[in-house]
Ligand binder design. Structure first.
Ligand code: UDP
Length: 476
């Protein structure tokens, strides 16, 4: 217990909070939002970037982010080398292992920090650093960049693991029951969870325990969006016997509010300015989503058949798809059906690789969103009041689709997502979303969720209260 004079000294100095994001583009983007939010509460925030290698886009993205945000204190720990025994395509395991490889540098950084940090906030990929925090006597927290429902599943995952003796993958389409969330078909779980003995599964099982050993779970969502999952976690229903449940702090959506988002001059924003209110469907599939050439052509034909206005972010297929006759340097036109760009000119806009998604979803001309269900994308759609068609692709997105469709009722799925989404389905669902009574009801529900999100973030709202409570804990 601090003496009164010690408490006064503590109040006088600014409290330092260290945030350790994973080196993935979307988690780095979130780190700026979280950093700015905490800094607005008079905390001195250091964003310490672990697990960078010199050969990834995310590594150089971190450099750019640090340069673009001089108001935040970024510390880029030295590059680490890729683990040799993990296949390069195993992105999840790579990200966990790269973060772990930075732990000794992180330990040195924290040891040298003066004053000693009040809290160490970890991205889930950096969960192994819980031990570093414990060793140095710094309370560790997690910042969970996905949903409360996903957190419920992750905490509960060791129980599912114990109840089965074979890989979940072999249970076929069987439904899993986790307290607080809709039943999930096994093949909608993240791939790593499905393979009992995979390193990925073992890392998530360890993460579940690391989370229980932390001081608290900060989540980028808000209680009224996912009340059942929040209550189940708080009641300890998701935590295996013998483990404690750290308190969840639901402080989201942690994304810049629409008021702060300014147009940044991208050509697609000027194009949107010229379109009627809520008339454009936006298609974008996260920082890594790519389709095969065949799937890309199905989307193009579907959009054309739908007759709707569209803004579509297209990436080239993985690996150049030589078998498709594509030259790696061929333009987008060569990837799309012949004459597609000319026929849809004016009605649609195709943007290569990247669009300013937050600004797009905040634009009044956008009336629908075909999304891969990454959690940041979901929150950005909710904040823009834009109804969603769910087309999950990788990571935990299939699970997010289940939450969005079954629990939150804020999306309708594109059923072909496990194999190929045919042009007819794209056309029918996009038309349904933009023109039908059902689509209008979905838009109304999404706008209601937007109002709830804004309410949660307003003074006295549930998320801002949860954040104040967290900051108060750190300042004690
Ligand atoms: N994003 C963007 N433009 C793009 C693709 C993605 O601005 O063309 C942003 C998007 O706004 C979101 C993040 O990248 O903030 C993607 O995060 P999400 O969690 O949705 O998906 P992930 O990339 O992790 O799969």
């Amino acid at each position: 217990m601090a003496t009164p004079s010690e408490s006064q000294d503590k109040k006088a100095e600014k409290l330092v909070v260290i945030y350790v994001p994973a080196v993935t583009i979307s988690h780095l983007i979130s780190s700026v939002d979280l950093g700015e939010l905490l800094a607005a509460h008079s905390l001195e925030v250091s964003i310490v970037v672990c697990g960078r290698t010199d050969d990834t886009a995310a590594g150089s993205f971190a450099d750019g982010l640090a340069a673009a945000h001089p108001q935040l204190s970024f510390h880029l720990l030295p590059y680490v080398t890729r683990p040799r025994d993990v296949p390069a395509h195993d992105y999840v395991v790579q990200t966990f292992e790269l973060a772990r490889a930075s732990n000794s540098d992180l330990r040195e950084f924290l040891r040298a920090a003066s004053p000693s940090p009040a809290a160490l906030v970890l991205d889930f990929f950096c969960g192994s650093a819980v031990d570093v925090g414990a060793e140095l006597g710094i309370p560790s927290y997690f910042f969970f960049t996905s949903s409360i429902s996903g957190l419920a599943e992750l905490l509960y995952h060791p129980l599912i693991h114990e109840q089965t003796s074979i890989s979940l993958r072999h249970l076929g389409g069987e439904l899993l029951h986790v307290p607080g969330i809709a039943p999930i078909a096994v093949d909608d779980l993240p791939a790593a969870y499905q393979d009992r003995d995979s390193l990925g599964n073992r890392l998530f099982l360890a993460l579940s325990e690391q989370m229980c050993n932390s001081h608290g779970l900060v989540v980028n969502s808000f209680r009224s969006l996912e009340p059942r999952a929040t209550d189940a976690i708080v009641a300890g229903l998701c935590t295996p016997p013998g483990r404690r449940t750290p308190p969840p702090h639901c402080i989201g959506p942690v994304i810049k509010s629409l008021e702060e988002v300014g147009a940044n001059g991208h050509e697609c924003l000027a194009w949107l300015d010229a379109q009627p209110e809520a008339s454009v469907v936006f298609l974008c599939f996260g920082s890594m989503g790519r389709f095969s050439a065949e799937q890309t052509r199905h989307v193009a034909r579907g959009l054309e058949m739908s007759g709707q206005r569209f803004l579509w972010v297209v990436r080239r297929p993985p690996g150049g798809e030589e078998d498709d006759g594509q030259k790696p340097d061929a333009g987008l036109a060569a990837l799309l059906p012949e004459g597609f760009l000319a026929r849809t000119k004016g009605k649609g806009l195709v943007v290569e690789a990247w669009a300013p998604q937050r600004e797009v979803l905040a634009h009044g001309a956008v009336g629908g969103f075909v999304t891969h269900c990454g959690w940041n994308s979901v929150l950005e759609a909710i904040m823009g009041g834009v109804p969603m068609l769910a087309w999950p692709m990788y990571a935990e997105q299939r699970m997010n689709k289940v939450f969005l469709v079954e629990d939150l009722r804020l999306a309708v799925p594109l059923e072909g997502y496990k194999e190929i989404v045919k042009d007819e389905e794209v056309a029918a669902k996009v038309k349904w979303l933009m023109e039908s009574d059902g689509g209008r009801e979905l838009r109304e529900r999404t706008r209601a969720a937007m109002r709830e999100a804004k309410e949660a973030l307003s003074d006295g709202g549930e998320s801002s209260t949860a954040l104040l409570e967290l900051v108060r804990l750190w300042k004690m």
